[in-house]
Design a binder for this molecule. Sequence first.
Ligand code: GLY
Ligand code: MN
Ligand code: MN
Length: 430
Amino acid sequence: MKYEQINSELFKKNRKKFMAEMKPKSIAIFNSNDIYPISADSTMPFQQHRDILYLSGVDQEESILLLFPDAIDKKSREILFVRETNDHIAVWEGAKLDKNQATAVSGIESVYWLTDFDKIFFGLMTEAECIYFNTNEHYRQSVETQTREDRFILKCKNDFPAHRVAKSNPILQQIRGVKEIEEIKLIQYACDITEKGFRRVLKFIKPGIWEYELEAEYLHEFIRNRSKGFAYTPIIASGNNANVLHYIENNNQCKDGDLILMDVGAEYANYSSDMTRTIPVNGKFTKRQRQVYEAVLRVKNDATNMLVPGTLWADYHIEVGKLMTSELIGLGLLDKADVQNEDKDWPAYKKYFMHGTSHHMGLDTHDYGELKTPMKPNMVFTVEPGIYIPDEKMGIRLEDDVVITEEGTPFNLMRNIPIEVEEIEDLMNT
Ligand code: GLY
Ligand code: MN
Ligand code: MN
């Protein structure tokens, strides 16, 4: 791991919050992710499942967390199973956590090797009446792969058909959506690494440069700051590529006079940051580019101010739509008739701004978090309006990450990342 170890107090708190929501006489199980194969003996780099990470801090494959708050034996209330380490593994892969290290990372006293799982689990299931399964209920999920968790659920249903079942995911959506201070600091750290990358790239961009060269500059800056890399596949889109919302090829040359949209964020300790900046390839906005840019920036700033405790995500999107409609009229892209005749299910502004304005952000870039209940302090949201005009060969999006505060004024974790036109132009030209 490149990151500094996180204090186990965070994971103790997270488990306590989860267990407080469990029904009596219930066990909850959380599996790590598999290491996914490519072909032959190649594998994808390991990415831990964010739920076992959130509840234990264990960033290692073949791990299982068991929570059983009503277990008769106190030592069985929280148990961690990790892959048995040995000298051979230590030589070929580097040592895995031993039992003491697993305790230090997670704050869990009872640690066993994974090979002990079946026996211990069977014994505890005879005490339990209900088993919590961790299914993926994220509102954007679309997964074809059978995960380690899925395999566990199938086996467990087969082995223990008489137990009741319950869902872990709604509890996790609720608790992971509201961040602890330690988590906000980690997200801030990820945002600060992203800032370093952006400042580096501002000095590097010039007409003729290739999009992938900019991607390489970000990655260099991220890794040298203890990030393992991008929090999500970066979008480095010059000219009309910015109008392809999920453009990830990053293989075009940046042309004089074009804008370049960069949706890029560093991860740190598995926490994401999610930034978008759109800047002129030659260091100077044209009058029209600036006009559209400032419209997007006003919408971003006004939308940010609506992220206060009590706001409903759906109402917020309606209000942002109104702000955007008025800006698009100001830019001559919509007229009053377009708005009067609009389809209420697909308002006129969606022709130029077709995606959502905000999502929860944290251990997952599109993080867990309740979306149907009023916003709460310490939720972290992105704010990312955009205006996309293929006819003018321009797409502008601006995106910051913001914490909702008790006092009301949102706290911008990207407040130090240049965004004003003058600041961008100054930095690109000095
Ligand atoms: N970078 C993904 C997003 O902005 O939602
Ligand atoms: Mn983004
Ligand atoms: Mn985003």
